[in-house]
Design a protein around this ligand. Structure first.
Ligand code: ADP
Ligand code: ZN
Ligand code: ZN
Length: 829
């Protein structure tokens, strides 16, 4: 048998659920440690993979390919992260390499690319695409196929290969450097001979001319300020000197240049944090913290659900817990939804922890992310705040993981794999580090709430707002429902008279208004604009979606289908229309109604630019606008004292989504946005426009009664067999041809059913489908889905092995077709 050190197992970032064995040439033995990146041949390509701590097979194939290079002197992934990523791959049914890719900063891969060169001009002139390609390659020798396609549009590989076969094109494999690299900057200092001031007396003879002398004097001035190695840029600026003068001084042996690493940080141009406010905790905060600190002090795992109304002081509890963990020398991760990652949030943490805090978010440049990640790994920052991917941050010695607004759907990744839920990963990671996990929310997910009620998590409740004014808790806002069925809207205007009046009052008093225009998860649902009726599935308690192609209403949970009525069955009017149409016009309507008002709009379009989101909120915070209107982005984590009115333009949009969580999510969103009103001394008011004023969620909302709604919804979930009383998984097939997509998924589903039939406990499993996805066609690809429901019973079979076996039995799919699995899906898409 071969010695084990001769071979390693490598995880590659491919959607192939297996590890690959490579030979380690003598030169790399001892270097290819688990957790190190290696460059390996794969087919005709070269890929970057990571060595994993798994024994190679007993009898490996005889002709193993060798690894080509070891890219790290030290492992990029700790043992703990290797364990975590492996568990994620098992649980979410993707390859280990795909999870590892998600755990590393983007742009770190070395990959081979095909580069194109002109080999020989054709004798007779070519036309069409072929001619265009040759012209482009002649002008850009060494261009990549990707670049060619970006410029010329779609080009089939076959055409390139034909041109190569004819001898016109040469295609070469070349390695691309990783996109991110360590950035350095040139600094200047005296050479050792002249470091001591005394030695510089002799310089008088050596230096020629005023320019050289000024440069040396400038460097001496820096030295007096304690900076013996200023950046070249700064030195030249101070001396008013040129690089040529500097070069001569280097040639003379007086000065030398050192390359220093520069750390790119998004916090660079942030103002220094303010000093933190001083107040004593109110009793509910103190009680919550006491329980959390007990677990932290014992250094044991415990998961807490901190259920506190908006403004109850949850963030202060996180901060206090983090201080406790820091006092033990341990580290912490704070997850916030991307849209709540505002300067406000970051500033609050920086006020307490200063430079110990690193920030990760998706708007950072690759370079900034790479540098932050390296510094986290090096232990330079013990605290990191970031969105879902920060749960994989390379911190060691973790003591605390916080998931703020734990009910947020953005914690679930959808594409690409791994399709993980950051909250669930956080709880797992805490458990494996004897750390504490705090899940915080004013409106917890029903999953977490059920876990808290069953004792799996410890429930901590804060029912009152923090006493921001004097000793009195700030009051929760009053909520009013505006029934759109009985309120005449002005022609085309989305604002009802009561809402318009309320806005006008605020403008007069110099207060601020937030308007929510919810467009999230837009789906083809019909609603009667006359009476508010919407078609529902008779079996599933979800709305039906309208499919134009078949002129049908369908249920995406059970496949129930029915024709589209022309008249509303409730009021007999021909007023069944797609929901939410026309809400885009809110901003225009506002401008019409209130020409004087200063309006800011916050949605995907206005926040695309880097920091645009921050700038908008800062402007609103400084009082430079009266009305902030936007999508659910405006609902989260904002704390502006002058906001006294929150208006919801159409509360039905979320309510009627074809999702069994529609009510839960709408309640959460409305509670959140309501929580933006009246956070300080002035009382807040919330106005909700709806055509379904009798819907039960409004009853609970008016009383700020989350627990009541949760009880009712949980009972229903149990009865209908939905999470948290069942597990869901979706298998999706997508591809260019509808019939083939359907056929492929049919094959998989049949395999799954066959396997299931032989499995004990199969009565707990329901297989629904295949059927068309909610969005049947996305980006030119047809989509079909099979939904699998497993009741949470002790005798229920483990789902993952079955899904995996069915995949293996199905075998590879034709080119262009994909089967993807989504475990614990956040919703249907
Ligand atoms: P949440 O995270 O629950 O929405 P925050 O932690 O943001 O609540 O607190 C809401 C407001 O109350 C903040 O302005 C915060 O500074 C303030 N606050 C929190 N705790 C206290 C307290 N014990 N006394 C006075 N003000 C407090
Ligand atoms: Zn009607
Ligand atoms: Zn149904």
């Amino acid at each position: 048998m071969k010695a084990l050190a001769d071979m390693v197992q490598v995880a590659l970032p491919l959607p192939i659920d297996q590890l690959f064995t490579y030979r380690v040439p003598p030169a790399f033995q001892g270097l290819a440690q688990p957790g190190c990146r290696v460059l390996v041949p794969f087919g005709t390509r070269r890929l970057t993979g990571v060595v994993v701590p798994v024994d190679p097979p007993e009898s490996p194939p005889t002709s193993l390919k060798p690894i080509l290079d070891v890219l790290d002197a030290e492992p990029v992934l700790t043992e703990e992260l290797l364990d975590l990523t492996r568990w994620m791959a098992d649980y979410y049914l993707c390859s280990w390499g795909e999870v590892i890719r998600a755990a590393l900063p983007p742009g770190l891969e070395v990959e081979s690319q095909q580069r194109l060169y002109l080999a020989q001009q054709p004798l007779k002139e070519l036309h069409g695409r072929a001619a265009e390609i040759l012209r482009f390659v002649t002008a850009h020798p060494g261009t990549t196929i990707q670049h060619l396609r970006q410029t010329l549009g779609r080009i089939p590989y076959a055409l390139l290969h034909r041109l190569r076969a004819k001898g016109y094109l040469r295609i070469e494999e070349a390695l691309s450097a990783p996109r991110v690299q360590i950035k350095t900057e040139r600094h200047v200092r005296f050479t050792p001979a002249y470091q001591a001031p005394a030695a510089r007396a002799q310089l008088q003879h050596l230096l020629r001319g005023i320019r050289q002398r000024t440069l040396v004097e400038a460097l001496e001035a820096f030295q007096l300020e304690g900076k013996s190695e200023p950046a070249q840029r700064d030195l030249l600026a101070r001396a008013g000197a040129t690089a040529a003068t500097l070069r001569r001084l280097v040639a003379l042996g007086v000065l030398e240049i050192v390359e220093k690493e520069v750390i790119r940080s998004p916090l660079e141009d942030e103002p220094p944090p303010p000093s933190p406010p001083q107040y004593s905790f109110h009793p509910e905060q103190a009680a919550a913290l006491e329980r959390i600190e007990a677990a932290i002090n014992a250094q044991r795992f415990e998961a807490f659900l901190l259920h506190g109304v908006t403004g109850s002081g949850k963030t202060e509890v996180y901060i206090a817990a983090l201080k406790q963990v820091r006092a033990q020398g341990r580290t912490g991760i704070v997850l916030v939804p991307e849209i709540a990652l505002t300067p406000q949030t970051v500033r609050r943490f920086r006020a307490h922890f200063g430079d110990e805090v690193a920030v990760l978010h998706s708007r950072m440049s690759d370079g900034e992310r790479y540098d932050t990640w390296r510094q986290l790994r090096a232990g330079r920052y013990p605290i990191v705040i970031g969105p879902r991917s920060a749960v994989l941050a390379p911190l060691s010695n973790l003591g605390l993981l916080v998931v703020d607004e734990e009910h947020e759907r953005s914690y679930k990744q959808f594409d690409p794999a791994p399709r993980y839920h950051a909250r669930d990963v956080a709880v797992y990671r805490a458990r494996h580090n004897q750390a504490v996990c705090i899940l915080g929310s004013a409106t917890p997910s029903l999953e977490s709430y059920a876990n808290a009620r069953s004792g799996k998590y410890t429930l901590l409740e804060m029912r009152r707002r923090a006493p921001t004014v004097g000793q009195q808790p700030a009051r929760l806002p009053t909520i009013r429902i505006i029934d759109l069925r009985h309120t005449r809207l002005q022609e085309g205007s989305p604002l009802s008279p009561p809402l318009a009046r309320a806005i006008a009052e605020r403008l007069e008093r110099g207060e601020q208004v937030i308007l929510l225009q919810n467009r999230r998860g837009f789906a083809p649902v019909l609603e009667c604009t006359h009476c508010g009726w919407a078609p529902h599935c008779p079996h599933c308690s979800v709305t039906l979606t309208y499919h134009k192609v078949h002129h049908q209403l369908r249920c995406h949970y059970c496949g129930y289908a029915t024709g589209r009525p022309t008249l509303c069955p409730q009021c007999d009017q021909p007023t069944l229309l797609p929901l939410g149409a026309g809400t885009q016009r809110v901003e225009e309507a506002l401008t019409m109604h209130f020409p004087e008002a200063r309006i800011l709009r916050m949605d995907l379009d206005t926040t695309r630019a880097k920091r645009a989101h921050h700038r908008l909120l800062d402007r609103f915070g400084r009082g430079e606008a009266d009305i902030l209107i936007g999508t659910q982005m405006v609902a989260k984590g904002l704390d502006f004292a002058r906001v006294t009115l929150v208006g919801v333009v159409n509360a039905d949009v979320g309510l009627l989504l074809p999702d069994f969580r529609a009510e839960e999510h709408t309640f959460q969103l409305l509670m959140q946005v309501a929580g933006r009103a009246g956070r300080a001394d002035r009382p807040g008011e919330v106005l909700l426009q709806t055509r379904n004023p009798n819907h039960r969620i409004f009853r609970y909302l008016l009383r700020h009664d989350f627990a009541g709604l949760a009880r009712e919804l949980l009972a229903e979930r149990r009865q209908l067999g939905y999470p948290p009383y069942a597990r869901l998984a979706i298998t999706e097939c997508s591809g260019p041809d509808e019939a083939r997509v359907q056929e492929q998924l049919q094959t998989w589903t049949a395999q799954f059913r066959t396997l299931l039939a032989q499995t004990p406990g199969n009565h707990c499993v329901e297989v629904l489908g295949p059927g068309p996805a909610l969005h049947e066609r996305l980006q030119g690809r047809y989509r079909y889905q099979t939904l699998i429901k497993v009741a949470r019973q002790p005798e229920a079979p483990a789902l993952q092995p079955l899904l995996r076996q069915a995949l293996e039995a199905t075998g590879p799919l034709p080119q262009g077709y994909r089967l993807t699995l989504d475990i614990d899906p956040a919703g249907l898409v």
